[in-house]
Design a binder for this molecule. Structure first.
Ligand SMILES: [Zn+2]
Length: 414
């Protein structure tokens, strides 16, 4: 039986301890009632600790090394990648996205589908969700795919314009992590208990498939304050609340990844895309061992998300890393890392520093790592076994070719 109504809700920076199911100190009684029947995934991981590559994996079912957004500052995807929003629009669905930060999706293939949460206001922090409610009610019959993206939980957490002393980073540095987290939890509570509640009230769960998830978590500890700094278990693991209107459906017990949502939605809708990625539909049961990959590349384009850059005309983006034929500047503090997790262990490799860590992914407790090469082999098998390897040959500039070459060297190919 196919499903024809899909709602994807992305809460930016939503960490696995920022909902009442894992943290009863978050007071979201209305949200809890409305999502009571939703399945909750405890082992759900993002593909990147950054908004752009993570959402690109959501919409393509591919890892960053496959879709081309290696990191937040990469300008474009590889060409020829199938994305969910375009595919569903072509298949006759009404497709639209609303975001509190729509310009963050600039230059990505699915950008044309995503507008502001509230077109009437300048500052999306002040957005009304009424236009979203009208959108959901106005298209009651047609098959539809809707995407919502809440930015209020992102760094800043609604504190802009307030003179906070000490600031959140200072609190964390002083060992007052729990105090700093209160502001973040308040932002997460606001999104769930006020904004989402009004939307979820209007969703008929006999018809709709709904996924509510984080695009990455957040740091708030001495090792990492902001999600994009490095790959950390607190940014790689995020909540996923899932509702599929199929009698008897249960969330698989295996480790899950953001790339699983694409094949799930396509299967539910009966839309065939010839998908050959590593994502596995959530309709398929199974608790077999599985490694989820997360990638970070911040080697280029310091401060890319400035307004001026995001307003650049499309034609001026001449390659994945160039504007007007000029390479984005190197980021001296940039890192390239990957991590693997099976839902128990978390292994992170820093490709430039040649350093690795092994931890318990739930507690962060360090583990003895007897054989780091074993994880490198799993990573290498993923890269080598990808059905989308050919796209990686699209390195348009010399510098991009060097980046890809360095990657292969790090993997021990060259
Ligand atoms: Zn994000």
């Amino acid at each position: 039986m196919s499903c024809s109504k899909f709602l994807l809700i992305s809460i930016d920076c939503w960490r696995s301890d920022a909902l009442s199911r894992t943290n009863p100190s978050l007071l979201t009684p209305k949200f809890d009632v409305l999502t009571k029947g939703y399945a909750f995934a405890e082992k759900f991981f993002v593909t990147a600790p950054a908004t752009r590559p993570s959402h690109t994996s959501l919409f393509t079912g591919l890892y960053p090394f496959e879709h081309g957004l290696f990191g937040q500052t990469y300008l474009k995807m590889f060409s020829g990648v199938t994305n969910l929003l375009q595919t569903f629009a072509d298949a006759g669905f009404e497709v639209s996205g609303r975001s509190q930060r729509p310009e963050v999706f600039r230059f990505l293939d699915f950008e044309p589908f995503i507008g502001p949460l509230d077109p009437a206001v300048q500052d999306q922090t002040l957005a009304s969700i009424e236009p979203t409610l009208q959108m959901l009610e106005g298209a009651a019959v047609a098959p539809q795919l809707r995407f919502l993206h809440f930015w209020y939980t992102h760094g800043g957490y609604g504190l802009a314009g307030m003179n906070m002393k000490p600031g959140l980073r200072e609190l964390v540095d002083a060992g007052r992590e729990q105090e700093a987290l209160r502001y973040y939890y308040a932002a997460a509570t606001h999104v769930q208990e006020f904004l989402l509640v009004e939307i979820l009230k209007r969703i008929d769960l006999t018809e709709w498939t709904v996924f509510i998830f984080g695009d990455h978590g957040e740091g708030f500890n001495s090792e990492i304050m902001s999600h994009g700094d490095l790959i950390h278990e607190k940014v790689a693991r995020v909540p996923l609340l899932a509702h599929i209107p199929h009698e008897g459906w249960a969330l698989p017990a295996r480790t899950l990844s953001m790339i699983d949502l694409f094949p799930t939605i396509c299967e539910l809708a009966g839309v065939d895309t010839d998908y050959r990625g590593y994502g596995r539909s959530l309709l398929q049961a199974g608790d077999e061992e599985r490694w989820a990959l997360t990638e970070l590349d911040s080697l280029f384009g310091v401060g890319f998300l400035h307004k001026g850059n995001l307003e650049t005309e499309h034609r001026r983006v001449t390659s994945r890393l160039s504007i007007d034929g000029s390479q984005l500047p190197d980021n001296p503090q940039g890192v390239r890392q990957w991590s693997l997790t099976d839902g128990q262990e978390f292994f992170r490799q820093d490709e430039r520093a040649g350093e690795h860590v092994l931890r318990d992914v739930m507690s962060g407790a360090p583990l003895d790592c007897a054989d780091p090469a074993a994880y490198a082999r799993i990573y290498r098998d993923l890269v080598e076994g990808s059905a989308y390897g050919g796209l990686g040959e699209q390195g348009e500039t010399t510098e991009e070719k060097q980046v890809l070459e360095q990657r292969l060297k790090d993997l021990g190919y060259l």
